[in-house]
Structure formats: structure tokens, C-alpha cells
Ligand binder design. Structure first.
Ligand code: G6P
Length: 437
């Protein structure tokens, strides 16, 4: 029985993470063929990661046939699962996404605000091409997307690409569960958090530990900073008692950009002045990682990879593939169409929600009404996300302007135009859909 997985963006520094995930799950998810795919510009990294993956698989003793290539269509032949972890324009483009807004006193971040808008504008056309290839070459394959902004791009693909077997994943929900488990000293499998909202804007509404509602206790520990589920790329500022007790929801780390904007802007402008942006810090981490990856003695995922914010994403991606393959019906948090699970959002909008994972894909578990306290901002953010998608697909300037002005982190219509024009110019090589005026 063959089981082929293709990793697009295979030269990513995260790839050892997913290789480790495949090795750990081999007994239940016995991959026979694994192909890493990248682009010409990423060939050197692909060779380094491919050699490390070869050593990791050899050490495992599992008969996984590993290869790597720049020929995506050839790689996709007979694929059962395709994961996507790409960064169009690389970290240099991300640095502009972060740097340009910050120079105008606006949040500059990988997936939020003007930076997130342009990450989506660069990424959606490329992932659309990948989906067209998947639909042509391996139409029964599941595309598991980890590429950011994961929720927005997953919705764009489900709406506009011919391939409908697309699921978005993120490590934030799994980080939140793992941190709660660590704090109450139980196993992550005993923690259930009911999520409501969208990727990087999702709230935790209920926490069950071994089936017992412990929401109040967990919220209390959040207030007293006994728990911090922030990934490496986000420094938590902590949450006030009033914020938690009034909303009765667990914020996710990215909510700091919306509810703590002055403090975050002050922190980020200071960091920007002293060490540059997060992308520039990550570039240093990447250099260190790729030196380490070339060590012929290295046969495992190095701990240094935990310095990246996306660490442990492979748990989300690999357990999802494993459960689809085995039709387990277990509950995982995924980015899929709402399909009525949350009232107050369009059924064909992508939400980050708990779902039963079956061989036919995730079945969303009903969460019901959006809580009044966050209904307005969630609906505004979803409408904003859909404006981003319309602009990314159409390449129309005024649609891009709409997305920019409707983002809660953009303070004025004047700043919206300044940022839109500067970012369109800065990224023009990666924005074929926009005819630069
Ligand atoms: C978080 C998010 C990812 C994001 C990553 C950035 O964990 O869940 O979506 O890409 O951090 O980490 P980095 O190390 O690249 O700043």
C-alpha cells in the first residue's frame, strides 16, 4: 500500500520539524514516499534540508523513499497528501512587510495589519497555481496548508481554486492546549479547548480538562501570568483581570496587536530601532539553523528550531494527515469552511474550529452564536479578510485600498494610501496580479 506525501517549500528551515513528525507517526502513518519540492532560488537550502532529512530517516530505520526536486508537477504524481509551507519573496519580503508600516508608526507584522495584507497578496496567486497543479496531477490528494496568513489563503483557495480538498493548519491552537496541559500538569490529549473565530484571531471559549470544565481556573491563571502560550515570535504582555473576566474568553497571542496596540507598538518600535524587525532576527536564526543542518553528525531536529514561532506546527499537520488516513474521527483544530458551525459568519468563510477528522476530511463541530462581546470585531475581521481575498484575486487597486482601510490596525485613510502605495512598489516583483499604476 503506497502512501506518498509531498512537501512544497521543502527547503524551509521548518522541514526537519515535519520529518520528525512523520517518523514519530510511522506506525500509524507509514509513508512509503516523501518528496520535498522547492524553487530554483531555494535549491541550496533544499539540498541541505534533503541531506539532513536523509540522515533522520536513515536513523529511524523506516523504509521511507525520500527525494527532492524543483519539478513540482513530477513530484505531485500519485501524491496522497501535499503540505505547503512557502514564503513568497522570502524573509526579505517579510522584512519589508514589517519595516514599512513601522516607519509610519503602524503595526508591522508577518500576518497582521498591512504586512499581513501583502503576505496574502504575494502568497495567494502562488498557492492558486499549486492548487491547479494538484487538481490536475493528483486530484484526490489533500492539501494541508501551513502557509501564512493560513486562514485567509485557505479561504481564497477553497473559493477560487479548482481544488477543494484544502485544509489550513496553525500551531497556535495546539500551543494553547499544550501550555494549558503543562500548567495543570496533565497530558495535552486530556485538554479540550473550544475555539471560536479565525486563524490568528481565534478565542478559546471553554476549557475542559479530562471532560471537566476548568475554564474559570485557566482564565484565573492567565490573569496571574501563570500561563503563557505565546510562540517564540510574540512576547506576551499579559492580560488584565478586567479583559479576561469581562470577555470570559481566552485571547490568542496575536490579539495583543488589537487590544494592546499602544504597548505593542511602543515595544515593536523600540525593538525595530535597536535590532530591526522580527524577520531580521529570524534571518540570523535561519543562518544558525542552516549551519547546524549541514553538520553530517546531525540526525535529528535540532532544539534551536524551537526559537522559531512556528515550532510544533508539525504536530498539527502530521496528526491531521494521520487521522484522515486512518479515519479516526478524533477532534483537531483546523481552518475550514464554517458550514453553519458558527452563526454570525458566512457559511463559506473559513474559521478556525474544532472538527471531527475523518477520511472524508474535517467535519466542523458546532460552536453556535458568536459571543456579543467579540461579535463585532470578529465580523469586521472576517469582512476584512474577504476584502483581502477579493483584492488578491482581482489585482484591483481600489479593492486593495478597501482591504487596507478596513484593517483595524490602519489608523486613517491617508495612512492607508501611503502604506498601500509603498508596499505595492516594494513588492512589485511578487505581485503579478496588480498592474502597478
Ligand atoms: C507563530 C505562528 C505562525 C508564524 C510564526 C512566526 O507561531 O503560528 O503562523 O509564522 O509564529 O514565527 P517566526 O519565528 O517566523 O517569527
Amino acid at each position: 500500500m503506497s502512501l506518498k506525501v509531498v512537501v512544497i517549500g521543502g527547503g524551509s528551515s521548518y522541514t526537519p520539524e515535519i520529518i520528525e513528525g512523520f517518523i514519530h507517526r510511522y506506525e500509524s502513518f507509514p509513508i512509503t514516499e516523501l518528496t520535498l519540492v522547492d524553487i530554483e532560488k531555494g535549491l541550496e537550502k533544499l539540498e541541505i534540508v534533503g541531506a539532513l532529512a536523509t540522515r533522520m530517516i536513515r536513523k529511524s530505520g523506516y523504509p521511507i523513499k525520500l527525494s527532492w526536486t524543483l519539478n513540482r508537477k513530477e513530484a505531485l504524481q500519485n501524491a496522497d497528501f501535499v503540505t505547503t509551507q512557502i514564503r513568497v519573496g522570502g524573509l526579505d519580503a517579510r522584512a519589508k512587510d514589517e519595516r514599512i508600516p513601522l516607519t509610519h508608526g503602524v503595526i508591522g507584522q508577518e500576518t497582521n495589519g498591512p504586512g499581513g495584507i501583502f503576505k496574502a497578496f504575494r502568497t495567494i496567486p502562488v498557492l492558486m497555481d499549486i492548487c491547479r497543479d494538484i487538481h490536475e496531477v493528483c486530484p484526490n490528494a489533500w492539501m494541508i496548508n501551513f502557509t501564512n496568513p493560513a486562514g485567509i489563503v485557505t479561504e481564497a483557495l477553497l473559493k477560487y481554486s479548482p481544488h477543494k480538498k484544502v485544509i489550513g493548519v496553525c500551531n497556535i491552537p495546539i500551543n494553547m492546549k499544550n501550555s494549558v496541559a503543562e500548567m495543570v500538569n496533565c497530558e495535552a490529549k486530556d485538554v479540550e479547548i473550544e475555539f471560536i473565530g479565525m486563524n490568528h484571531f481565534v478565542f478559546g471559549r471553554k476549557v475542559l480538562i479530562k471532560g471537566i470544565d476548568q475554564t474559570e481556573e485557566v482564565m484565573d491563571k492567565l490573569i496571574h501570568k501563570e500561563i503563557d502560550y505565546s510562540p517564540a515570535n510574540i512576547v506576551s504582555l499579559g492580560w488584565s483581570k478586567e479583559f479576561i473576566q469581562s470577555l470570559k474568553l481566552l485571547p490568542n497571542p496575536y490579539h495583543q496587536y488589537y487590544f494592546q496596540i499602544e504597548d505593542v507598538l511602543e515595544k515593536d518600535l523600540k525593538a525595530f530601532a535597536e535590532n530591526g524587525t522580527r524577520a531580521e532576527i529570524v534571518k540570523e536564526v535561519e543562518k544558525e539553523l542552516f549551519i547546524k543542518y549541514q553538520d553530517k553528525e546531525l540526525q535529528e531536529k535540532p532544539k534551536e528550531l524551537e526559537k522559531r514561532g512556528g515550532a510544533y506546527y508539525s504536530d498539527a499537520a502530521c496528526s491531521l494527515m494521520d487521522s484522515i488516513y486512518n479515519n479516526t474521527g478524533d477532534v483537531q483544530t483546523v481552518n475550514i469552511f464554517n458550514q453553519g458551525a458558527t452563526t454570525g459568519l458566512p457559511n463559506d468563510s473559513v474559521i478556525e474550529v474544532n472538527a471531527l477528522i475523518t477520511k472524508d476530511g474535517p467535519k466542523p463541530i458546532t460552536v453556535g452564536e458568536l459571543p456579543l462581546s467579540v461579535r463585532g470585531i470578529i465580523q469586521q475581521m472576517k469582512a476584512f479578510e474577504q476584502l483581502v481575498i477579493e483584492a488578491a484575486i482581482s489585482g484591483e487597486y481600489l479593492k486593495a485600498y478597501q482591504a487596507m482601510i478596513m484593517n483595524p490596525l490602519v489608523p486613517s485613510e491617508k495612512k492607508a494610501k501611503i502604506l498601500l502605495d509603498e508596499l505595492l512598489e516594494a513588492h512589485k516583483d511578487y505581485l503579478p496580479q496588480f498592474s502597478i499604476k
